[in-house]
Write a protein that binds this ligand. Sequence first.
Ligand SMILES: CC(C)(COP(=O)(O)OP(=O)(O)OC[C@H]1O[C@@H](n2cnc3c(N)ncnc32)[C@H](O)[C@@H]1OP(=O)(O)O)[C@@H](O)C(=O)NCCC(=O)NCCS
Length: 200
Amino acid sequence: MENYKTVAESQTTLTELMIPSYANFGGKIHGGIIMGLMDKVAYVCAAKHAGAYCVTASVDAIDFLAPVEVGELISLMASVNYVSNTSLVVGIRVISENVKTKEVKHTNTSYFTMVAMDEHRSTVQVPGLILKSDEEIRRFFQAFHKKELKKYLRMEEKRMKNEFEIAESIEIIKNERCIIEMEPSAPAPLKTIPGAAEKS
Ligand SMILES: CC(C)(COP(=O)(O)OP(=O)(O)OC[C@H]1O[C@@H](n2cnc3c(N)ncnc32)[C@H](O)[C@@H]1OP(=O)(O)O)[C@@H](O)C(=O)NCCC(=O)NCCS
């Protein structure tokens, strides 16, 4: 029988204290530190579900909703939202907590697509997912829907590149905050018609 696992079996929470060396010039926690921790928790969650080594194939947009201060605790909660054949999507919610005031902020949410691999770096099938609540069904459906949207976006991007029209594009962006300063194009080299020189 095919292997299936529940979402709970691989759910992972990582908590880390934000120390001064993680801060940027503005005194807030560097975005890259949080992104690195997100990748780490995504790996743990994916590898637990897959029972295999996993690599990060793609990361959805990461919006920083609130700054994180030195001394706060951040917790990253990860769960498998969707599985396909060899890939799966891990949803990660990040919160930060001020231990003195008990204030809790939602700082990020993002989705990581991870691919399972064997020791020869060949992709391997991941177990299916047992969905046990409305929330888990909603997350699975949302990830499935997003995958379809990404496919469509990729096709659109390709189409736009192939059918790019300079004059039409300039017209569309004319009210954006840009100045077009193109160098006048060099005159096209004169074509030499064989034998023309002799005739004139
Ligand atoms: C991710 C990777 C294994 C995919 O390899 P590939 O030759 O494209 O493999 P396949 O075409 O067989 O795709 C395997 C799965 O990955 C998925 N996938 C590949 N690229 C993807 C992307 N950019 N976004 C989402 N899913 C992707 C495919 O849809 C497929 O999923 P499925 O089997 O569930 O349908 C390969 O591109 C790779 O090794 N990338 C580098 C990963 C890495 O170094 N990450 C950072 C450090 S961990």
